[in-house]
Design a protein around this ligand. Structure first.
Ligand SMILES: O=P(O)(O)OP(=O)(O)OP(=O)(O)O
Length: 154
């Protein structure tokens, strides 16, 4: 089984903006139930479909497969729950890890979060000064929940 161990944090200041190249992400959900999400995403020039199980702590099952970009566009516009999530992602290497910084657009504009993928829940990592409070356990920040409860309404 695929496993994702990921911790999520808020971001402060603007230093992160210059540290990585922004890649445009457009993603939507065929299922956004917490027991199982099925996500379609176009990221830059590629597309993937990703199935995730419920989170337990920072851990979830995750199965991801590349799909044709044209098929992803049809699924996003024709079948996925609306509205879609749009964001820029920057990958920023710090020590042995890579932070993924998501700058949200549209109804979620103003929200910026940083995620770090780990090999184990208790794996140590360096936390740069532009990374602030942890929100891993706060379901409001799940992308699948930002569709119905966008940041502009918090
Ligand atoms: O890129 P991922 O797999 O971490 O997924 P996401 O789109 O950031 O969504 P979430 O972590 O909210 O499921």
């Amino acid at each position: 089984m695929g496993v994702e161990i990921e911790r999520k944090f808020l971001v402060q200041g603007s230093a992160w903006k210059t540290l990585g190249e922004p890649v445009f992400f457009r993603q939507g959900y065929l299922s956004s139930q917490k027991e199982r999400t099925v996500r379609v995403r176009i990221e830059g020039e590629r597309a993937v479909i990703t199935i995730k199980s419920k989170s337990v702590g920072a851990t979830r099952g995750e199965w991801e497969y590349p799909i044709p970009v044209a098929d992803a566009a049809e699924l996003l516009d024709g079948l996925c729950e609306q509205p879609l999530i749009e964001k820029y992602r920057r990958k920023i290497a710090v020590g042995a890890h890579v932070w993924e910084v998501d700058e949200f657009l549209g109804a979620n504009a103003g929200l910026v979060v940083a995620e770090i993928e780990l090999g184990a829940e208790d794996e140590a990592f360096d936390q740069p000064d532009w990374v602030s409070d942890e929100v891993t356990d706060d379901a409001r920040y799940y992308n699948s929940n930002l569709i119905r409860h966008p940041y502009c309404n918090w």
